[in-house]
Design a protein around this ligand. Structure first.
Ligand SMILES: [Zn+2]
Length: 78
């Protein structure tokens, strides 16, 4: 059984489809029982999808939406 650390080390290769079938199977077995690694891989996948969109400048509308969320959370916490 792989450790969580080994899953993290292999995560990039798994998502890129570069793991051997044995290693991929070992990771999949680990993922069946480990909620934390499933969540880690899901977040890593989302990040990989989002990265190409992170380099453009935010529109004024996006900035104002984020600012209004920040202001509304500040009001609910105080
Ligand atoms: Zn794990």
């Amino acid at each position: 059984m792989l450790s969580c650390r080994e899953v993290v080390i292999n995560a990039d290769q798994l998502l890129d489809g570069e793991l051997s079938w044995r290693r991929r199977l070992a990771v999949k077995v680990h993922l069946l029982i480990c909620h934390n690694c499933r969540r880690y891989l899901r977040q890593l996948q989302r990040l990989i999808v989002a990265i190409p969109h992170m380099h453009r400048r935010a529109s004024d509308e996006e900035v104002s939406k984020v600012m209004s969320c920040i202001h509304s959370q500040g009001k609910s916490n105080s």
